[in-house]
Design a protein around this ligand. Sequence first.
Ligand code: 4AD
Ligand code: MG
Length: 436
Amino acid sequence: MSATTPPVATIETLDQYAGQTVELRGWVHNRTSKGKLHFVTLRDGTGYVQCVLKKNAVGDELFDEIGGASQESSLILQGEVRADDRAPGGFEIAVASGRVLQSTTDFPITPKEHGTDFLLSRRHLWLRSRRQWAILRVRSAIMFALRRFFDERGYVCIDSPIFTPSACEGTSTLFEVDYFDEKAYLTQSGQLYAEASAMAFGKVYTFGPTFRAEKSKTRRHLTEFWMLEPEIAFGTLEDVIQLAEDMMVSVVGEVLERRRTELDVLERDISKLEKVTGGFPRITYDDASKLLLANPESTFVEGDDFGAMDEEFLAAQHDQPLVITHYPKDVKAFYMKEAPEDPTRVLAMDIIGPEGAGELVGGSQREEDLDVLLASIAKHELPMEEFQWYLDLRRFGSVPHGGFGLGLERLVRWLTGVEHIREVSPFPRMMTRIRP
Ligand code: 4AD
Ligand code: MG
């Protein structure tokens, strides 16, 4: 290479190189040819750009090679970055030189329609399509926005373990694993460890994979998903709700700012997201029950937890996520604090997203009284021995505290407007799928 080797650019940052010659490295997304012209839509992972190859500019050899390079052939091109208002992204590349690294034929995923099962079985290749590119870049921006949000507010990230000896969210969805000479489980939630961490660091969050042996095949359930769980020492239910609301408003704003191109690819109705500005509507479980009982289409039974259809009905009346509070103690987890005014209710909250997003967040104030918690663990028939360390948090400087869990994929699904949760996880794990 000569001393004039052009800088390696990414498609995302082409605006910094207008008028200059750059090198791009990527894959053929699409190619059309007209006489002595090839138009290659190149993708490099950061974006898509049209590259124009004129036979007399690039020479016969490269021109013919490109002419045989079909979808997903890998290549390196050098050329001038030209501003062009008609081009998506505003630029195109006038190619001067380059080479094909591998000329590929018969890439299995073509622009035509494929069945979902076909695509899921080829997820490792499906990731290269534009829609998946857009979805997973939104996901990445959401994860970063979440971390930024908590970091800026002084929350310390404390990772909770994935191997655990006990259940946190009921025993029916546990994945059991052989842990040397004993049984262990894949964690359902990092909450119990986040509580311990909050007593040490004040404001904490844990963010990582969680597991549920969900036997349900729905558009909202994965068996492996990521959960972000903040926990606040001295926090009340009100603090927890406000934190969740601030978090959502902040993340939605950041995604609208940083991922507009991707949302456009997904044809997401941005105006719906722009309404998420705070002041989330709130309703108690009892008031929500009344609405459902008055709805002839609902099968809701008083005292039960809400089903997905019930939640959808309640949330459909609002543009912003709906906060439901004060659920019956009987339908919620053992650690939730009884409402002082009514011990049959707990200081719990769920946040139900609009547009059929379903439950995005579940949280509560925690029971800080040792005796009440002991009785609750016994009532839920959980193994008391395994909870002794957790009970220590109530023996040594117990304080009011609370937190919530945000399902990352639920949030990504809502913000991208994607129908099924399987598309918002890079390699989704579901009841019927563990490959690739
Ligand atoms: O409501 P959940 O079960 O709450 C907890 O696990 C608490 N320990 C959290 C806490 O207070 N720290 O789960 C929290 C969220 C749900 O609101 C939902 O968004 C998501 O996790 N979630 C799932 N997402 C995808 N697939 C599944 N199978 C999910 N189960 C829960
Ligand atoms: Mg829940």
